[in-house]
Design a protein around this ligand. Structure first.
Ligand code: NDP
Length: 240
């Protein structure tokens, strides 16, 4: 039987580390990107890269059909909803499009991918769905009302799908990373970043592999009884 992993935003940052880790663990990995085609050196050659906008339901559906037609002996499907964007502004300056774009990628994109792969997980009788949320969904963050709302939405989605998937051996969990050293932080001013670092008890930013390790653990057979929960990967910055 073939075990499949689909990683949205899987070609760079946290998602790239997740794709590599799951490929090492023996999964047939599909790494999804939207705008920036990866260079062959960025990923293992066995990882299949797919250009897909998670905001587009029909495109997600066509991709799920493609996977189903390519792999006739699906044993287990893991879906990592990792694609995410920020469009920060204080609320009084936030434009409606800043709100809608962030919700469309982070929350509706997660719905789209989960909804099109859910039937395949149900018929395989084995699935792992992991939603990448954020520390800021747990704590709130000035200037990120749109992002925090989208990421907090994932917590409710996770709990509901965990209840629905349990009888079909599908576990659904959230990972809430703290500040991780990727391009997503490149817009954060140096002085703000320094302040953030001093507020992290472990005294450092997280690395992409810190999150990838948590994903790999949740995907492992031994983690099959864990569902509906959130794992924080934040160096102690927020303990809920
Ligand atoms: P990056 O900005 O480095 O990467 C984002 C990825 O998402 C890219 O691969 C990008 O594809 C993809 N993506 C964006 N929009 C779409 C779309 N519409 N359809 C498909 N793919 C899309 O982010 P990180 O690696 O830092 O973050 C990964 C996840 O972790 C995000 O959900 C983020 O919110 C979350 N997170 C990150 C934290 C951090 O400190 N870095 C902290 C907490 C949570 P492309 O390359 O083609 O643009």
């Amino acid at each position: 039987m073939t075990t499949i992993a689909i990683v949205t935003g899987g070609t760079r940052g946290i998602g790239r580390a997740v794709s590599l880790r799951l490929q090492e663990a023996g999964y047939r990995v599909y790494a999804i990107y939207r705008s920036r085609a990866p260079k062959p050196v960025d990923l293992h050659s066995d990882i299949k890269t797919v250009c897909l906008d998670v905001r587009d339901y029909e495109a997600c559906k066509a991709f799920a059909e493609l996977v189903e037609s390519q792999v006739t002996d699906i044993g287990k499907i893991v879906l990592i909803n990792n694609a995410g964007i920020t469009q920060d502004a204080m609320f009084h300056k936030m434009k409606p499009e800043d709100w809608h774009n962030v919700i469309a990628v982070n929350l509706t994109g997660t719905f789209n991918m989960s909804h099109v792969f859910w039937p395949l997980m149900r018929s395989a009788g084995s699935g792992r769905l992991i939603n990448i949320s954020s520390i800021n969904a747990q704590s709130g963050c000035a200037g990120q009302a749109n992002y925090c709302a989208s990421k907090a939405g994932l917590l409710g989605l996770t709990k509901s799908l965990a209840l629905e998937g349990a009888r079909k051996n599908i576990s659904v969990n959230t990972i809430a990373p703290g500040y991780i050293d990727t391009e997503m932080l490149s817009d954060v001013p140096e002085n703000v970043l320094n302040k953030i670092k001093t507020s992290i008890p472990m005294g450092r930013l997280g690395q992409d592999v810190d999150v990838a390790s948590a994903v790999a653990y949740l995907c492992h057979n031994e983690a099959g009884f864990i569902t509906g929960t959130t794992i924080s990967v934040n160096g102690g910055q927020h303990i809920s």
